[in-house]
Design a protein around this ligand. Sequence first.
Ligand code: HEC
Length: 261
Amino acid sequence: MSNRQFLHFSALPMSTRMVYTMTLLVLGTGYLFAMLQVFFSHAGLDGNPKNVSAEDIRVAYHGSEGDTRLESALKGPMADMLPIEERAVIFRWVKDGATREGYESEVKAIVENRCLACHDGESNPHLPNFSSFEGLSKVVERDTGATIPTLVRVSHIHLFGITFIFFIVSSIFTHAYMRPLWIKCVVIVLPFLTILTDIFSWYLTKWFPGFAWFIIGSGALMGISFTVQWVVSMWQMWFYTLPAEVEECGGVLPVLGRSKD
Ligand code: HEC
């Protein structure tokens, strides 16, 4: 027995189904662009620009625990510019917090000797300028991930925006016929729950990088739910015939004499 209030897509006027179809088409396109946006803003944070990995998500929210730009350069392309002992002095300085005192007492002399030939801001203006403490500080800044104001801003946009999207998509999807009923309910409830777990995990990831997996999991479940609702709605709207016994109370309702307009 179906609920008497349940109206299958097939019982809806053609014009309503067209509104639903076009809305789903545009929202589906929007979802694809949202995925592209995730890719462009996250891929490569971990050094590999080909995909979005858990490490990318971790770096985005928690920051990078890896080397600063200065350390990477001194281990890589700049390694030959100074003797190992002097390099060790610079590494220790970075590790101890890259203070101005440390710079004045030890680092300044090394940099003047070994680096300023090129990094003086004049001989090659494209290179970082190390002629002052401020200049050198720019390449030792720790990356601490997204700031709280940024997270708050993106949170409220996502909470409002995504709720709107799923309110629309799942209101359309309520007209689908799906058994057992609990699966339909799960598919409807899931995105609203995962938007909450997603956003709270951003903050948790800022402090505990392991929560990056919650962000990924929430996003995946949300995507699955969106896809199921989208595909099932489109398909049942245009290509599906309700089982005969359901049709009486949930599908085309001859009793009410629904017209096709
Ligand atoms: C002979 C010229 C020369 C000297 C001397 C030199 N560098 Fe460089 N440095 C370059 C060039 C050219 C690049 C950019 C190309 C590259 O990254 O390989 C660069 C890049 C860098 C970068 C990377 C900047 C970024 O965008 O991340 C850092 C950091 C750096 N150098 C630090 C140093 C330090 C510290 C010293 C001294 C110990 C030093 N360099 C000495 C020529 C020099």
